[in-house]
Write a protein that binds this ligand. Structure first.
Ligand SMILES: [Zn+2]
Length: 343
């Protein structure tokens, strides 16, 4: 049984201390002269990246079909940005589908990689919050049909008219069952308004997806917060899909995680495997597109966590087995041995 939080008087102090330490670590990161000189240099770099992408077609990986795995397994496929496909023996789940090439005039660097046959086979869509890169109406229209959509509180009206069989608002703590999958919504620290003038106080969620004893956590959009430790206690994940981009300037860390934040979240969760998401497609922060993965790999190397890091390329798949150790799971994406569709 998980320990009630009230029985652990040091819990809140520990989380606050960790958050302060993370702030401190971010402040003492080595920065170039231009980075330290002014936000202007960073914003110019952002504009340069965005402009360069406008004239460069997205790199595209060839999508391959992902078959339903055998009993006790979940196939995890990175489609791109925050879109991940989880395939179980009886169901196909898609997180925050974003299948287009443009977002508010920004052109993505890597195209979404999802085979049309698999897209047509999606039963369940998980939307983490109402920001445009996570709740994309054009992508959802392409997936409508038999699928059910789970959204955070006060978001159902945004997708109600798109033609889905079922739209369900799930508040943190509530669960939804479909075929061999149970999805539980969990808290996230993220401002979820649809736009600047949206005053609907929309919710933001992460989701725990459980199937046949394996447990995958999709954090959605979130900053580092005390909830990771609680999620780890109550619903300990095997695999944590954590966002790692959109952290420059530092004020963005109120809503997003840097790789350093994500590694701390991973440790708090007690998960076996960290899969970074929401990187490499759109310049959401001032940091270069390829910086999050470089920094993440460096942190994991420094802390002896490389065995627990699984960086998936677009369209790449690995298998999670119920009760598997981190080492066994890690063999999937890198060796291709356990992967039904590894690049
Ligand atoms: Zn967001």
């Amino acid at each position: 049984m998980p320990m009630p939080l009230s029985a652990d008087p040091d819990w809140q102090r520990r989380v606050i201390e960790r958050a302060k330490e993370l702030d401190h670590e971010h402040r003492r990161r080595p920065r170039s002269f231009w980075q330290s000189a002014a936000g202007l240099a960073l914003s110019l770099r952002f504009l340069r990246t965005a402009a360069r992408q406008l004239v460069t077609a997205p790199h595209r990986s060839e999508p391959r079909r992902v078959g339903h795995p055998g009993p006790g397994q979940i196939a995890v496929t990175f489609v791109g940005h925050a879109t991940v496909m989880l395939t179980t023996p009886l169901a196909r789940v898609l997180t925050d589908p974003y299948l287009g090439d443009f977002f508010f005039g920004l052109r993505r660097a890597e195209g979404a990689c999802l085979h049309p046959t698999d897209a047509a086979d999606v039963n369940l869509i998980l939307v983490s919050h109402a920001h445009g890169d996570r709740l994309d109406l054009a992508s959802l229209r392409r997936l409508r049909g038999r699928a059910a959509v789970l959204v955070p509180p006060r978001c159902a009206s945004l997708v109600g008219g798109l033609g889905f069989g079922r739209v369900v608002e799930l508040a943190p703590g509530q669960s939804f069952e479909f075929a061999d999958v149970e999805v539980t919504a969990v808290a996230a620290r993220h401002e979820g308004a649809r736009g600047l003038f949206d005053r609907a106080w929309r919710g933001a969620c992460g989701y725990i997806v459980r199937s046949a004893g394996a447990n995958v956590y999709f954090a959605g959009g979130t900053a580092y917060f005390s909830g990771f430790e609680e999620i780890g206690r109550r619903l300990p994940p095997d695999v944590a899909l954590l966002p790692v981009a959109g952290y420059e300037p530092p004020a963005l860390r109120e809503d997003n995680m840097s790789p350093l934040d994500a590694v701390q979240a991973f440790t708090d969760l007690g998960a076996k495997l960290l899969v970074p998401v929401a990187h490499g497609s759109f310049p959401l922060g001032y940091e270069p597109l390829d910086e999050p993965l470089r920094w993440l790999r460096q942190i994991c190397a420094d802390r002896g966590l490389l065995d627990q890091l699984a960086v998936l390329g677009h369209g790449e798949t690995f298998l999670v087995r119920a009760g598997a150790s981190a080492g066994e799971e890690k063999a999937g994406p890198n060796s291709g041995e356990a992967s039904p569709s590894s690049e």
